[in-house]
Write a protein that binds this ligand. Structure first.
Ligand SMILES: [Zn+2]
Length: 400
């Protein structure tokens, strides 16, 4: 029975899944190398958390959205392999103190998400595209017609293994909402609570009179979310929805140049670095085989990837094993082709297995995967891999 190169458990054949050396979201529809029968399903699932972050929320996600790969196949030409998720993406309008939720999906410009905003004098509803209306209505109905509904606090999850969920009850006699109880669960439930951006985020903009208020909106998966400073502010905002309608104000005329789009990423470097380390180790296993990959010298790397191993001060060791590297070096030069990713695996001093990766000829990473056992070092040479996501896919090259 095969042994997983990550957890080192022996499992039945059907417990293994093919593992792409470089995630498909970067490699495109062309040739990609896969490890077959080397990575178990359980490890694969564990990796998907930080790989999804790398694909959807890191800086590369913006490059990927413009640069490709377009999709897994040609038919879905304008449907990206995975959507970009940007939690803070706003439209500001000249002379308007409100900040609007925006969405973005290639190849379209940023657009208004359907949303209900606290204006300070009541609530106001904004819809950018009419086909978004049914999702907003369905989300609101589910929330306002139910006796109670859940709100999940995603930020809690960053430091805990479970989700924190507030059960919000609508009081029948006095029309307002209260938090009835808190619970922790393995799965999120109900609405997502998104926080406000940092104070300085909007203050530095051209339209700096704009300020953030609570709101409900629909995300790119057509799920309702609430944005508020905290859960208590969210519940107060829900109360506003029960108030009689305020007079409807006319929307301001929007002229070209009156809009500013502001966005920020919330990058979890620990996730990104683990995804890079795993890619490097996949490549090592693909090029040299499982005997090299299963060696106990790589146990520290396995513990970083599977158990998020920390040092004595509690800092993640992934942050020490990997770093971003903006520049290029003579032995790992840039390609001047933004459609190309480059990977290089070689031996650094003291037998350290070094992995370098550059995506879209721009985002560079430098990683130490571990120390190659002395008896295996003579077999290791410099290996260069080029990935052209728009055309042929992955291949090894002799020189850069
Ligand atoms: Zn495993």
């Amino acid at each position: 029975m095969p042994v997983c190169i990550y957890c080192l458990y022996t499992k039945a054949d059907d417990q293994f899944e093919p593992e792409h050396v470089l995630p498909r979201g970067f490699a495109g529809a062309g040739v990609n190398w896969t490890l077959t029968g080397e990575v178990c399903r359980q490890c694969n699932r564990h990796f998907s958390t930080f790989e999804a972050h790398w694909l959807r929320q890191a800086m590369e996600s913006m490059a990927r959205n413009f640069q490709g790969p377009v999709s897994r196949n040609e038919r879905e030409r304008f449907d990206r392999a995975q959507p970009v998720e940007i939690d803070d993406l706003y439209i500001l309008l000249k002379g308007d103190p409100l900040v609007y939720e925006a969405g973005f999906a290639f190849p379209n410009d940023p657009h208004f998400r359907p949303q209900i905003i606290d204006t300070g004098k009541g609530v106001s509803c904004v819809v950018g595209r009419m086909d978004d209306v049914p999702s907003l209505k369905a989300g609101l109905d589910a929330m306002l017609l139910a006796e109670r509904f859940d709100v999940t606090v995603p930020r809690w999850r960053e430091g805990h293994s479970d989700w924190l969920i507030a059960s919000v009850l609508r009081r029948q006699h006095a029309p307002h909402f209260i938090i009835e109880q808190w619970r922790r669960e393995s799965k999120p439930s109900g609405l997502w609570l998104r926080g406000f951006p940092h104070d300085s985020f909007l203050a530095q903009r051209e339209h700096s009179n704009a300020h953030m208020t609570a709101r409900l909106a629909i995300d790119h998966r057509r799920r309702l979310y609430v944005r508020a400073a905290n859960i208590e502010a969210a519940v107060s905002f829900f109360d506003l929805l029960l108030q009689p309608h305020a007079p409807i104000e006319k929307c301001p005329d929007i002229k070209p140049g009156d809009q500013t789009v502001a966005f920020s990423f919330q990058i979890n470097l620990n996730h990104v670095y683990k995804a890079v380390l795993k890619t490097g180790f996949n490549l090592y296993c693909y090029l040299y085989g499982v005997e090299y990959a299963r060696h106990s010298n790589f146990q520290l790397l396995r513990e970083i990837l599977l158990r998020d191993k920390k040092d004595n001060s509690g800092a993640s060791l992934a942050l020490r094993a990997c770093r971003m590297e903006a520049g290029d070096t003579p032995d790992f030069p840039k390609s001047a082709n933004t459609d190309e990713h480059r990977m290089q695996l070689d031996l650094a001093e003291d037998g350290i297995l070094r992995f370098r990766l550059r995506l879209y000829d721009s985002f560079g990473y430098y990683a130490h995967l571990g120390v190659v056992p002395a008896e295996m070092r003579s077999a290791i040479s410099t290996r260069r891999v080029s990935v052209r996501s728009a055309t042929d896919g992955i291949r090894e090259v002799d020189h850069w």
